[in-house]
Design a protein around this ligand. Sequence first.
Ligand code: XIL
Length: 370
Amino acid sequence: MKLKTMLIGLAAAAVISTPAMAVGGLKDAYKDAFVIGAALNSGEIMGNNKLADAIVAKHFNSISPENDLKWENIQPGPERYNFTVPDAYVALGEKNHFYTVGHVLVWHSQTPSWVFEGKNGGPATKEELLARLKDHIFTVVGRYKGKIKSWDVVNEVVGDDGKMRQSPWYKIGGEELFVKAFQWAHEADPAAELTYNDYNIENPNKRAEALAFVKRMKAAGAPITQVGIQGHYTLDVPDLKLLDDTISDFAKLGVKIAITELDIDVLPRPNLGATADVAVHLAEDPKLNPYVHGLPEAVQQKLAERYATVFAICLKHKDVITRVTLWGVTDADTWHNGWPIPNRTAHSLLFDRAGNAKPAVDAIIAVAQH
Ligand code: XIL
C-alpha cells in the first residue's frame, strides 16, 4: 500500500475508533516515542488560567514560551533585561519535570529596532550587532543553563522565495552571525539541543535552501543538533506527504527533528498558501469568519483526521523526532484568532474554548495504540 493511503487509512481508523482510551493523556500515549509540548502565553505561565493548567498537567510533558523569551520581551532596551515571566516559566518547567524549550534567540520579528541601529546613527555595524547578540545569548542561555533543554537559536532564515531571507541579521552579520549564534549558545549551555526553526520547509523549493543552510552551518562548525519544523498548517496545505519527505531529508543530514509549533487552521485563508509570516495582515471580512458559533461536525472530523495523520507520520519517524509541540493550549488562546486576520473565531488547537478535548485528541491517541 502506498504510504499516503496507509497513513490516511490509519488516521481515518483512529478517528472512528471508540473514545475512552485506557491511557491518561497524549503524553502517556506517546511516552515511548517523543515528548508532547504546548506553547504557554504569559497568563498561563503566571498561573492565571486554571483551565489550561489542568489540560497541560494531563496531556503535556514539554512547554514552549509563546512570546516571553522573544527579544522584545526579555531585553526590551539595551542591557535592560526583563526576567520576571521567563523565570516563572523556567520554574514551572522544573517543578513539573517538563522538557522546557527556549524560543527564540535570532529572529527578524519581535526584535526591537534598537538592536539593529548603530550607536552613531544608521544601521549597526557587524561588530556592534555581534557584540549585542553575544551579550544576549550568554545572558539568557547562561541564566537557564541546564534548565532549558532545547533552544531555537535561529528562526525563519529562509524566505518564502526559497532564498536566504534578507533580514537585518543576515544583511549586517552574514551567515557568520548564525554560525556564531550556535557556537555561543553551545558555549553558554553545552548540553542544550540547538535548533534551526522554520515554517513551510515542507515546500520542496524552500526545503532545498533549508537543507543547504543546515549543511553550510555544519561545515562552518556550527553545533546545530536539530531542525524545527514549525507545522503551522491548514486543513489542505501542505500535502502531508511533503512532511514525511521533509523529515526523511533532514534526518539524512544527521540532525534530529522537532515539530515545534503545530496548529491546523480551519478558517478560510485567501491566497496565502503555506506561509506563517507573522508580518502578514489581511482585512476583516465576516465571510472569512464562518465558525463564530462552533465548528460543524464535518469540519471537526476533518481536523481530527489531519491531526491524526501528522502524528502517524511523526510516529513513523520516532527515531529522529524528539518532540511534537502544539502552538497553544485551547482555542481561546490560539494566535489564529488574530492572524492573519484580526478578530476571528479560530478552532486550530486540540482543546476548544471551554477546554473540552476535541475528537482529534482521541484520534491522535488511537494512532499511538494501533
Ligand atoms: C506568534 C505568537 O503566537 C503570537 O502571539 C505573536 O503575536 C506573534 O508570534 N512563528 C514563530 C512564533 O516562530 O514565534 C510565532 O508566534 C508564530 C510563527
